[in-house]
Write a protein that binds this ligand. Sequence first.
Ligand code: NAI
Length: 280
Amino acid sequence: MDKLGVVGCGLMGAGIAEVSARAGLDVVVVESSVLAADAGRKRLERSLQRAEAKGKIDSADEVLSRIRLETTVDAMADREIVIEAIVEDEQAKADLFSRLDKVVEAPDAILASNTSSIPIMKLGVVTNRPENVVGIHFFNPVPVLKLVEIVPSLLTSPEVTERARALVEGRLGKQAIDCQDRAGFVVNALLIPFILSAIRMLESGFASPEDIDRGLVLGAAHPQGPLALADLIGLDTTKAVADSLYEEFKEPLYAAPPLLLRMVDAGLLGRKAGRGFYTY
Ligand code: NAI
């Protein structure tokens, strides 16, 4: 596989485009508007310039030359694999998959989603090729974290799952784990209730954000505390993932606490907004 497409150039899409271009693939990224594409390009440039300054790559420009930014899904026509990384919204993703199904020409092209929590089956069934639809779930920051969850739906062909694994392990240098098609897969099904518990703890006045986070860093050897991690993930994404988990399992531990809802309403989305549980 050489021709890879990414839809969405936010936190995750930019990271997926970066690691793919660094691995020598030809990458086309589609954003929803010229403004968003410009922001995506800046995100990519900043990250690649940091990688160059740290000596991790020879030339940011050389990697950037393998990435083309576009603003229409039609640009995905010749791709061998497309990885969707748009907002965590089931309807938005279903609309996109239905469109990709019409646009992407090769009948064996893989249509993948980086969703954190939406069942892959929901995206497969809106296409005429559900056997080619698979979850390829990267972790943030994509250039740094090794893990990828590979999520076939009940209808995904084993051959497609194997090609997805070969791409992420063979070409992109990641390590894959296999997960069943259940909201949250392995990591978020464990991580999100943990983050929500920390938010409930803060909400009840039990401890300050700094002390909650310091507790987990110093007492459980976590690289960062749960509130700092929520800020990194984005509070809108954290809420969306919690909502999908709650919808799937109907367990209170997945219910987003009011403080999280109010912060999302207020636009306090974490690092990407400059303010969340902390100010950046
Ligand atoms: P984000 O909000 O940073 O980026 C989403 C991007 O998609 C935005 O730039 C937006 O303009 C673009 N977009 C929205 N609709 C579009 C469309 N129809 N066509 C083209 N572009 C469109 O979100 P983020 O954090 O990158 O999340 C993207 C996906 O990755 C979500 O499904 C999320 O659950 C998943 N994910 C997020 C992680 C995180 O830590 N933030 C970790 C792993 C997965």
